[in-house]
Design a protein around this ligand. Structure first.
Ligand code: HEC
Length: 175
């Protein structure tokens, strides 16, 4: 009799153990599924964030590039140097983000296309020679437009700024 009870108990215990194992593994399967869903959500979220970043980086570049023109024209090289640096950071950020837009790897394009014209622009600002600045600025601007063409955004065209868009800032050198 005692033996039988012991047997029943051990069978029950075995049953419970098996049952909880099964529960556990189905739980971890659920976890896996949840994890996968979360990862999928995250990765598609990253792509959207990438597109968002691109527009933000571009409008920032537009502002710095605009201001750079007036700083340079006024031979305010300290200010021009500041905007060149800001522009450089934006370009670097764009390259680092590995952004794809409509199947075009914009970051790769940025890396290939901007290196030489940006380097020349930076050099002319460091040297503080107005004529060189004007030329290298135009070349950089052409690069902006060429990449817009290359990425299917040829309708975004930049020109040499006509008027200061930020009239609450002084672009002349402080003396
Ligand atoms: C490597 C390619 C590339 C280069 C270089 C580039 N752009 Fe763009 N730009 C793009 C793409 C792609 C878009 C479209 C962004 C989008 O789809 O949201 C864009 C959009 C823009 C826009 C429209 C967004 C807005 O806020 O109105 C402006 C302005 C702009 N770029 C300015 C510039 C300026 C200024 C430069 C150069 C200093 C430049 N871009 C260089 C690829 C480039």
């Amino acid at each position: 009799m005692n033996k039988n009870i012991a047997l029943i108990i051990s069978i029950l215990a075995f049953g419970i153990a098996v049952f909880s194992q099964v529960r556990l593994s189905s739980l971890s399967a659920e976890n896996q599924e949840l994890k996968k869903q979360l990862t999928d959500m995250n990765s598609s979220g990253e792509e959207e964030e990438g597109e968002y970043e691109l527009a933000v980086v571009m409008s920032r570049m537009q502002i710095y590039f605009h201001k750079l023109w007036f700083a340079g024209k006024n031979e305010n090289w300290e200010l021009a140097n500041f905007y060149t640096h800001e522009l450089e950071e934006s370009i670097e950020e764009l390259i680092e983000h590995n952004v794809e837009d409509d199947g075009v790897n914009v970051s790769n394009l940025a890396k290939i296309m901007t290196e030489t014209p940006f380097h020349n622009l930076e050099k002319s600002v460091k040297a503080g020679v107005l004529a060189d600045f004007e030329t290298s600025y135009q070349n950089m601007m052409q690069t902006c437009n060429q990449c817009h063409q290359a990425s299917g955004h040829g309708f975004i065209q930049l020109q040499i700024p006509q008027n200061v868009a930020f009239d609450n800032q002084i672009f002349e050198k402080k003396n």
